[in-house]
Write a protein that binds this ligand. Sequence first.
Ligand code: ZN
Ligand code: MN
Length: 497
Amino acid sequence: MKMNFETIIGLEIHIELKTASKMFCTCSTQFGAPPNTNTCPICLGMPGALPKLNQEAVRLALLAGRTLNCEINRVSKFDRKSYFYPDLPKGYQITQFYLPLCQNGYLDVELDNNQETETCTMLKNASRKINTERVEIDRIHLEEDAGKLIHPEDQSITLVDYNRAGVPLIEIVTKPRAISPCTAVNFLKELKLIMEYTEVSDCRMDQGSLRCDVNVSVRKKGDTRLGTKVEIKNLNSFKEIQKALEWEQLRQIELFQSGRSDQIISETRRWDSAKGVTVTMRVKGDSQHYYIAPEADLPSLDLADIGLDFIKKESIPELPMEKRNRFLSQYGLGRYEANILTESKYLADYFEEVIDHGVQPNEAVKWILTEILRIWKNTAQSTAPVDAQRLADLIKIVEQGMISRNIGKEVLYELAATDKTPHAIVEHKGLTQVSDRAEIQSKIQNILTQHQDAVEDYKSGSSKVLGYFMGLIMKTYSGQVDPRIAREILEDVLGKK
Ligand code: ZN
Ligand code: MN
């Protein structure tokens, strides 16, 4: 029954640009500064204060537009979007309404073939066919952020902080298309990664530097007219966005199916994550028209005039999808491994640095994805718990057989806690692995003599005994024996019994 409908989704994403100062003044954009300290007459909208455009914001917006395959308008314009709200000191927002900086772009998103039946994750299995779906971008425009209202829980007052007022934003608007919630979320994830890789934004969703509103409507398949769309706000994570989209599409389909489609009205709904439902916030009706007028205090934005034309030719850093594909072909990684390693540029660079220090890619992946990430999770640090050089040294002495893999893992914990080198730790603790065959053989002889009954079991065909003896041997050596050599000798000695 769901199959007779399609869901049209449009996204509006606001991304704070990673500039040091605001869009039209020199106030700092630093997050978390004491309230109202990063303000001046310009961003507070005092009479007579004139805005001056921050060129770094334009450069970053252009970079975003180019990575998203947009057409760049050499000349674009600023407009005033007037409305009254206490977080907007000027009474209008400076935005680009009529002629945006970038338009008509797209991003191809890689999708799991079985996405409809599974949780919405990026492709993990290399053997599956890769689907790419194109999400079209209508426009990217520059605008300024508003301040922030704070509602203290214990008091019936509202506070306002204008530190965020005037922080540069880009708004990315996608064309409304029939895409699944899963595609929408994967698009957002990829978009976030691209913005991080290109350093257009730090995309901290917890700090509001990436915010997303979604528009959802459903229609019968084959219909060409768009249904009435509902806007959903208050979405703070990708998981919530997906849940909200899935819930809202079902709500609308159900109204359709029960002949109550007139109850789908043009409104803004809020996602209530505790209850897992969308609820009406405000009904738009026909009355909600902003007053838009050209911004008289700013000239047209002509890229040639401000010397930013060259940006169109500047090379773009390697994007996440390119890096993933390179990791697959250059290092022979699996898709799952490549996906995780490229989930942050830092982690991808760290992996390549370990390889540069002479470690095989498949070994580097194993250590990073298991041991390093495990230790890292328990620290509050933004950098890896062990630097690439020392991790590489450790992996190498394990590969050379100087210490066992298990001892290597213990050494890794010590590396994370100190700045000692792996060699120093191994030497200091006397962890070097025993590989003297004659010595191992005599120890094994001893063990077998003490466990004659088990030796008899072995002779009568019980192969389980091998594991039992290996346990005893590893225990005798506290793990400091090469298990491959020990097993070889054990089988040899038992065979002669
Ligand atoms: Zn200011
Ligand atoms: Mn906006």
